[in-house]
Unconditional design. Structure first.
Length: 257
């Protein structure tokens, strides 16, 4: 496990590069795109566990902090999909220069999956994409975090707080709110199918997208994970175990342990 910085000029992205811990016949390169904002913090530990398990199975792995998160440059209130899309490009450039020419998979979580799906057709066409509990309808996600925010801070907020862009401790720019709000996977020009891993709760929330799932997904793995993203009482619960992680490891390596 090696901490790294990459990117242009002073705009450095912080990442962690995991070398394979053993030699296998067909290793893979796996780039992980984390959730954003409070979900990034909630899932940080489980993302590391995923990277560790994939490297233990003989794969190269790179995980990174989005701009405005962790040890990367920038502030959250100046971020948007375009900027984070450039982060993915920088991460890919660094990863491709470090690892061998093994097949490259990109795993996107939550809004990280939405950002990934907005990238150039070249990236999406030439690399395998795995979506984990993805945000398929951004307007639904915006409504969800408004609901969680109001539930958590009910009775402790000034009267004008609902008109601000601060949600669960993160101040969103209007541009970012619109990037998320207007994201809908059905509006994208999908020219390939993706592997999908999601909980039963997420499948039910996104039921309309599953009516025509064969157009979007080449495989769908539904787990029994609890509703870890949508329950206000669990908003600050750190994820330490997840069937989704085992499903990703199994999909990429054939080994769920």
């Amino acid at each position: 496990m090696k901490p790294v910085f990459f990117g242009e000029g002073n705009d450095k992205i912080f990442g962690v590069y995991h070398n394979p811990e053993k030699s296998v016949p067909n290793p893979k390169r796996v780039l992980i795109c984390s959730p954003i904002a409070h979900e990034y913090m909630k899932s940080y530990r489980i993302i590391r566990i995923l990277a560790d398990r994939l490297s233990q199975c003989g794969n190269y792995v790179l995980r990174f902090d989005w701009a405005g998160h962790g040890d990367s440059y920038g502030t959250f209130n100046n971020c948007n999909f375009k900027l984070w899309g450039k982060n993915i490009g920088c991460a890919l450039e660094y990863f491709l220069s470090e690892a061998d020419d093994s097949p490259l998979y990109i795993v996107g979580f939550r809004v990280g999956a939405s950002i990934l799906l907005k990238q150039s057709p070249f990236i999406l066409h030439h690399h395998e994409i795995v979506l984990c509990d993805p945000v398929l309808d951004g307007s639904f996600w915006i409504n969800l975090i408004h609901f969680i925010h109001r539930d958590i801070f009910s009775g402790n907020l000034p009267d004008n707080s609902y008109s601000t862009n601060e949600l669960i401790g993160f101040r969103y720019s209007l541009e970012l709110l619109n990037d998320i709000r207007f994201f809908n996977i059905n509006t994208l020009n999908v020219n390939k199918k993706y592997d999908l891993i999601c909980s039963e709760f997420e499948r039910l929330k996104n039921a309309p997208f599953f009516l025509n799932q064969t157009r979007l997904f080449k495989s769908v793995n539904v787990t029994n994970d609890p509703d870890i993203w949508g329950i206000p009482e669990l908003f600050d619960r750190v994820l330490l175990n997840s069937q989704s992680i085992s499903s990703i490891v199994s999909l990429l390596t054939g080994n769920s342990k």
